[in-house]
Design a protein around this ligand. Structure first.
Ligand code: RFL
Ligand code: PHB
Length: 399
């Protein structure tokens, strides 16, 4: 089999890229190791930047999102015995974010791809990408116990952090930058109404907590836990008690969350990771295949979308005019945004979590930074700009 663009991975990056290419009249094949149901039900991100929302609408994947998604115009910070709201539209020229789960984005894009798009093969496990330097890079994969080969004009690795496409970039060219954090998140879904109408990010001496949501009757909640935590050690009652304790900051005595059955529990490690360059000859990396951020800034999914918007435009320009100028600029364009998001995610993570080795001095610095966000419109505007994300363009805006 031959195709113009071979896409490895049917997460948000691979699926949106396939959709963008289809609309530009460019052939692609998507190879996904897992089955459809697994991909559609993997619990992950929840916050879509305005640019992500606009992109989904532009490719015809916005109808259900606009019906069921919840527009959020701010977040609440809880710290040092008080609560402070950071509003988004004011400082950002009217921008906001949308709460619409990654599971739903993926379901919408898969449905479109299967009815209108090119081939999307589930259960296709890619082993290797070879001949990145040649005219036709080759993807080897196994599906239903059969080994197959897909040759492509270009390959895009949208295969996440544990993907194989990165191996196609020679070691002499590849650079990686990494940081692991000394804590993880315990993430749960609960059949309980949202704690509050907006997301709450809480800095507590017991550790960080985040209260998010999936619908008017389903909460998505996170607790900072030590690395190596086994979710089995966290009973439902223990989780609710800990959420009560960490989120009660600034509330009246006796304040408690409305409880309900917890339906999923998982521990997620927190890491930052960047691979450079994001392109080698005819092989490109996009999304988590190229970079990971800790989820505190809600950037992972949005960065994946930003990558493929730039890449989709670059392939479209190549298709229309024969120019590789945008493809050649892809890695540099992408990395500027990636490093901004890396810094913001690091900032949110280290400002809100308790490092097990943290001194009282470090805690006072965190509280001072949080107080600055509450007191200064400039500091709040900086957070708001980063949270809603920069529009896609040539470079980041100079706001
Ligand atoms: P994905 O979504 O990981 O998709 C990659 C796809 O590639 C497939 N794949 C292969 N297919 C064929 N052959 C191979 N050899 C393959 N190897 C892998 C995989 O099965 C998968 O379908 O990457 P993409 O598209 O770049 O999207 C990125 C986002 O998924 C990611 O940035 C965010 O979800 C990060 N993230 C979170 N971000 C947030 O903002 N908030 C969160 O709460 C949040 N929770 C999470 C997360 C990431 C997690 N991972 C990756 C461990 C929770 C988890 C568990
Ligand atoms: C989520 O709703 O899953 C979510 C929201 C904001 C974050 C991380 C996760 O920063």
């Amino acid at each position: 089999m031959h195709t113009t663009i071979g896409i490895i991975g049917a997460g948000p990056a691979g699926l949106l890229l396939a959709r963008l290419l289809h609309r530009a009249g460019i052939d692609s094949v998507v190879l996904e190791a897992r089955d459809r149901s697994y991909v559609e039900h993997r619990q992950r991100a929840g916050i879509l930047e305005q640019t992500t929302v606009d992109a989904l609408r532009a490719v015809g994947a916005g109808e259900r999102m606009d019906r069921e998604g919840l527009v959020h115009d701010g977040i609440e910070l809880r710290f040092g015995g008080r609560a402070h709201r950071i509003g988004f539209p004011g400082p950002t020229g009217g921008r906001s974010v949308m709460l619409y789960a990654q599971t739903e984005v993926v379901k919408d894009l898969i449905a479109l791809q299967l009815t209108e798009g090119g081939p999307l093969l589930f259960g296709a496990q890619v082993h290797s990408v070879a001949q990145a330097d040649g005219a036709r890079p080759t993807v080897r994969y196994t599906r239903e116990s059969r080994e197959s080969t897909l040759t492509c004009d270009y390959v895009v690795g949208c295969d996440g952090f544990h993907g194989v496409t990165r191996n196609a970039i020679p070691a002499a060219v590849l650079r990686t930058y990494e940081r692991t954090y000394p804590y993880s998140w315990l993430g749960v879904l609960a059949e309980a109404p949202p704690v509050y109408e907006e997301l709450i990010y809480a800095h507590s001496e017991r550790g960080f907590a985040l209260a998010s949501m999936r619908s008017p009757s389903v909460s998505r909640l996170y607790l900072q836990v030590p690395n190596g935590t086994d979710p089995v050690d966290w009973s439902d009652a223990r989780i609710w008690d800990e959420l009560d304790a960490r989120l009660a900051i600034g509330r009246a005595p006796g304040w408690k969350l409305a409880r309900g059955p917890i339906t999923t529990k998982a521990v997620l490690p927190m890491r930052s990771h960047v691979t450079e360059p994001m392109r080698h000859e005819r092989v490109f990396l996009a999304g988590d295949a190229a970079h990971i951020v800790p989820p505190t800034g809600a950037k992972g999914l949005n960065l994946a979308v930003a990558d493929v918007l730039v890449l989709g435009e670059a392939f479209t320009e190549l298709h229309r005019t024969g120019s590789t100028a945008l493809l050649d600029a892809y890695s540099d364009t992408g990395l500027e945004r990636v490093w901004r998001a890396e810094h913001f995610s690091y900032f949110m993570t280290t400002t809100l979590h308790v490092d097990p080795d943290q001194s009282t001095f470090d805690t006072r610095l965190q509280l001072s930074q949080l107080a600055r966000l509450a007191a200064s419109p400039h500091a709040a505007a900086e957070l708001a700009h980063n949270y809603v994300g920069a529009p896609i363009g040539r470079g980041l805006p100079r706001d």
